[in-house]
Design a protein around this ligand. Structure first.
Ligand code: MN
Ligand code: MN
Length: 271
């Protein structure tokens, strides 16, 4: 048995392409009954999403995704957080400041490569949190690339001319920020992490693993489920929906077994 939940989604407040209310309507149309918004380094979309979810009869929880500086893809999801905690706002503002600094560095590198691009063009339609997808979107608007994926492959990934190392928090800082806001931390899309140090992450307070994710095969899910059990981690899942035109557009497209969802449901603090 599977449940129609999606615990990993992004709105325009970070690098998604839909407003939070539109995202909720998409989720409902896809048959999602329980939804968590996990924008990068901001919880500003949660109020709008929560209101629309209440109107449409979905259960909703406020979450977060924090990209660390530990390699290219060590991202920490936070669940069950209280978006009103003042300490959280201060932490996230600092993480967003570091992102803006990195984006400025990438634009400078692209300029040095002869790509005419201004920081204002990148800010363009960005909501609150800046990131590489906004650079990709700006390049697309200028018809220098056709898709976000092409921009990443040509310019923005390790070894490419526009790449700058992430400047975000350490995993310890990211997990601490989530716990300080009353939440619990989960490692996102674990197969993108080269060699996770499980003992260390668990010692830092990691409590969950995103076992169910876009394009995880059956054997991979089984292996990750076993890893989660061995380290006492909760199994979560989600689509990493970013909205139309993003390349990650299948909201509700990842099935979470009911047994796994039941174990985390209460701790998601859905309303
Ligand atoms: Mn991520
Ligand atoms: Mn994500």
């Amino acid at each position: 048995m599977t449940t129609r939940a999606d615990l990993h989604t992004h709105s325009k407040y970070s690098d998604g392409t839909l407003a939070p209310a539109e995202l909720v309507r998409r989720a409902r149309a896809a048959g999602v009954a329980s939804l968590v918004l996990t924008d990068h380094d901001t919880v500003s979309g949660c109020a709008e999403a929560r209101a629309e979810a209440a109107r449409l009869g979905l259960r909703f929880g406020c979450g977060i995704e924090i990209n660390t500086r530990e390699g290219d893809m060590v991202h920490i999801l936070g669940y069950g957080i209280d978006p009103e905690r003042p300490a959280l706002a201060a932490r996230l503002a600092e993480f967003r400041r570091r992102r803006a600094e990195r984006v400025a560095g990438i634009v400078a590198r692209l300029n040095a490569e002869g790509v005419a691009l201004a920081l204002e063009e990148v800010r363009g339609e960005a909501g609150e949190t800046l990131g590489r997808p906004h650079i990709a979107d700006a390049l697309r608007r200028k018809r220098l690339v056709r898709t976000r994926a092409e921009a990443f492959a040509r310019w923005l990934t390790p070894g490419r001319p526009g790449y700058v190392e992430p400047m975000g928090p350490s995993a310890a800082e990211a997990i601490a920020a989530i716990r300080e806001a009353g939440g619990w931390a989960c490692l996102a899309h674990p197969l993108t992490v080269a060699a996770p140090d499980w003992e260390r992450l668990v010692a830092l307070g990691l409590e969950g693993l995103e076992v169910h994710y876009l394009n995880h095969t059956g054997p991979q899910v089984a292996r990750l489920g076993e890893l989660a059990r061995r380290h006492g981690l909760l199994a979560t899942g989600g689509s990493d929906f970013h909205g139309p035109g993003s390349g990650r557009e299948d909201i509700g497209g990842v099935e979470i077994p009911e047994a796994d969802f039941d174990r985390v449901a209460e701790r998601l603090k859905l309303s």
